[in-house]
Design a protein around this ligand. Structure first.
Ligand code: SF4
Length: 370
């Protein structure tokens, strides 16, 4: 049976869930829960979900924007490749404006580099087929969902003139770092519904034995978000550390097993840089040796002639990404740093917390100590 999509925005359901959340949290002390998804932050802010929550329930935005955590080293490499003879770098729109060490892909294009925006890696294949005498590099950024699409494409075979600069990241292990940064003050996680369509819920099983922390896989409509928050609060209140799938219409317990098999065939996961933050074990999707022939790092000279600098000295993106501060606590927010003139990646991407707060208004919550 197909449900009316408007149901997930229903005012009656939203207010009923908000009432239940108030009841469940009424006897609880301050609850700090984190999400790790740029789309969650975008929709939480867009629909005013924080304003529906009681004062003791706080939702902290974590590192869910793949553009924001893309290593500056990789953007520098893409910029260098865009200036190589007969070579065009293809990537998603958000990536093009992200500031790197000296410039951005957008500025590189103004300076004569060849950079084009694509909507999907399939566009890259089409362009390479239509222009066989030219070299193309697909600069691939994103979490599990994007990585799965790229892996399927590579496994199927791509034109000889198309290479991949892979900067994709696997999300779950970064939650260990977040627990460290927040000194165990987090009481639960809302898990990203779209990434879980690939991984299933068991990719997060480690959260139970290692941290005894409950998690709910959560969707993106207002009803999904509030239902995920309600389930999580119930688990926290009942001291019941387990992982619940609160987005069953999209997420299967074991995920997309076919996509997982292809990911495993094409990539091996290694320690990877998260921009401005750290190297996190087991997070960097890296092409297996069998796929060396499409690896831009192996075949094309993209080493920039300068060392990387992850951020402008005043930029606080790394702390926003970790949920240590809110965007308005960065001195550059909204005055010198705006979507038209971004100083950091969080102001560029539609999934970046600073961009979301700039677009929809501040979510300041002064009573809350992060
Ligand atoms: Fe970075 Fe700009 Fe956000 Fe400050 S306001 S953290 S500089 S993106």
């Amino acid at each position: 049976m197909t449900m009316d999509p408007q149901l997930y925005k229903s005012k009656e359901l939203v207010s009923g869930l908000a009432d239940q959340i108030r009841q469940v949290s009424s006897g609880m002390s301050t609850v700090k829960i984190m999400h790790v998804c740029g789309t969650h932050e975008h929709e939480i802010v867009r629909y005013g979900i924080r304003q529906l929550l009681p004062a003791n329930v706080h939702i902290v935005a974590g590192p869910g924007c793949p553009v924001c955590i893309c290593p500056v080293e990789d953007i520098d490499r893409a910029i260098t490749l865009s200036h190589a003879p007969n070579t065009t770098v293809l990537t998603f729109g958000d990536m093009i404006r992200v500031p790197a060490t000296k410039t951005s892909l957008e500025a590189a294009r103004r300076d004569g580099g060849s950079v084009k925006m694509v909507y999907s890696p399939f566009d890259a294949v089409t362009m390479a087929r239509e222009n066989p005498s030219q070299t193309f590099v697909f600069f691939s950024v994103g979490f599990e969902t994007t990585a799965a699409g790229v892996a399927a494409l590579i496994q199927r075979g791509v034109p000889e003139n198309l290479y991949f600069l892979i900067a994709n990241r696997y999300l779950p292990p970064v939650m260990k770092l977040l627990m460290e940064v927040h000194d165990d003050s987090l009481q639960g996680f809302l898990l990203p519904g779209h990434a879980a369509t690939i991984t299933g819920i068991h990719a997060y099983d480690f959260m139970i034995p290692e941290f005894n922390l409950p998690c709910t896989v959560t969707g993106f409509e207002p009803v999904d978000l509030l239902a995920g928050i309600l389930e999580l609060l119930l688990l926290i209140r009942n001291k019941d550390a387990k992982i619940i799938n609160a987005f069953p219409r999209a997420v299967q317990e074991y995920g997309n097993t076919r996509a997982l098999a292809i990911l495993d065939k094409v990539f091996v996961r290694k320690p990877g840089i998260w921009r401005g933050i750290d190297i996190v074990d087991d997070t960097a999707y890296t092409l297996r040796p069998e796929y060396d022939h499409v690896d831009a790092r192996k075949h094309l000279d993209g080493n920039p002639p300068y060392p990387p600098r992850a951020r402008h000295p005043a930029c606080q993106c790394h702390r926003v990404i970790l949920g240590e501060i809110i965007p308005t606590e960065c001195k550059l927010f909204g005055n010198v740093c705006t979507p038209n003139s971004p100083y950091g990646p969080c102001m560029v991407s539609v999934d970046g917390t600073c961009q979301t707060w700039f677009t929809y208004g501040s979510q300041e919550d002064n009573d809350f100590e992060r």
